[in-house]
Design a protein around this ligand. Sequence first.
Ligand SMILES: Cc1cc2nc3c(=O)[nH]c(=O)nc-3n(C[C@H](O)[C@H](O)[C@H](O)COP(=O)(O)OP(=O)(O)OC[C@H]3O[C@@H](n4cnc5c(N)ncnc54)[C@H](O)[C@@H]3O)c2cc1C
Length: 391
Amino acid sequence: MEYRFTPAEEAFRQDVRSLVARHFPPSRPYEDSPAHRREWIDVLRARGWAAYKWAPEFGGPGWSAAQRYIWERETASNGVPAQLGGMGMMMLSPILQGYGSTEQCARHLPGILNNEVEWCQGYSEPGAGSDLAALRTLAERDGDAYIVNGEKVWTSWAHIAHWMFCLVRTQDTDRRQDGISFLLIDLSSPGITIRPIPTIDGMHHLNQVLFENVRVPIENRIGEEGLGWTYAKGLLTHERTGLANISLSIFLTRRLRGELAKQAELGANPEEGLSLRISELEMELSALEATELRALSELEAGEVPGAYTSILKLKGSQLVQRATTLFLEAAGFWAIPFTREAQAWNAPALPGPDWAAREVSRYFSGRAASIAGGTDEIQREIITKHVLRLR
Ligand SMILES: Cc1cc2nc3c(=O)[nH]c(=O)nc-3n(C[C@H](O)[C@H](O)[C@H](O)COP(=O)(O)OP(=O)(O)OC[C@H]3O[C@@H](n4cnc5c(N)ncnc54)[C@H](O)[C@@H]3O)c2cc1C
């Protein structure tokens, strides 16, 4: 059954809408710059909304699932982040609050809340991606510390992060999932090497992280030794919900329509079929939103939303990829990434819309959506198991 919003929730939606419009109206859209990030975090902190998913005892507003949904939709679909604080906020904070000690929460949550401490996620290893339980990074006890040796790969933002939340093997057990522990590792510790992995979108966000006899205090372990898998599974659910990216797709399609309208005013004649395909994408986004609302309805009724997380992740990634493809097609020739020399030669400015040059990078970046956070094939496997009741 689809969720119906109450009058109080609709009033909340209006409040959120006017807050976003007041600070970042269409004439001054949000840009991912330090100045805009600072401004937005100050606005959110003043309202007590900087960590909108947190309970009041941790400094959050204690919103219902419906309020969180409204907040996400109204911010992100207007191009403003629903929250700052990166992976620490999105993925680690629920684990700290659920399984961390009082001391660990007191030490790490303020840095996440104030967007001052960056975290990265150290799960994947060579040979341990989809089959994460195959991970081999070893943590051996030595007095009051673990000595960590091994390698993590595809670690987003490790080069700018201060800390890593990390899965390590603390014991060899028959059932591979049983010997895994969850450690918080200070990336300034001796013995850590971070190497960049350039990606096809021309960016540097991925890294290889090597650990050589890295000393990690035992007090940096979350929960009990050997139960890291249980904590990590909870975390993946948060990751996949966030990766559905429905708001981003809504934002992209709205922007695309706006850009095409501007081009038409300038006399350009975009390909006719493009508008039809944007409409098709908008319809599929509405259908996925309905699925999200069904999941919301189950959440509000206190149920676990079954395979919805995987359905949203799978279909959401496909729609982001469709949106970035349409942008690329709309940009056409002007999306060709010119070399610096060619740009200088064409000075002062290249013709064509100014957004076009970014679209190749965004298109390639979008391809990763069906891999990061669990591949499409793995999501399909999870959905199939639920549908056929194979568990
Ligand atoms: C942009 C990006 C950012 C990332 N950021 C991080 C990060 O910050 N931290 C982190 O820990 N990891 C990160 N990852 C890694 C990501 O989690 C893994 O890439 C992903 O889990 C897949 O693992 P793999 O790359 O080892 O591929 P593999 O697991 O080797 O899979 C290769 C292919 O085989 C298929 N396959 C594997 N097993 C099955 C199966 N059982 N059934 C059917 N098909 C199967 C897969 O679908 C895939 O097509 C990131 C990846 C990307 C692309």
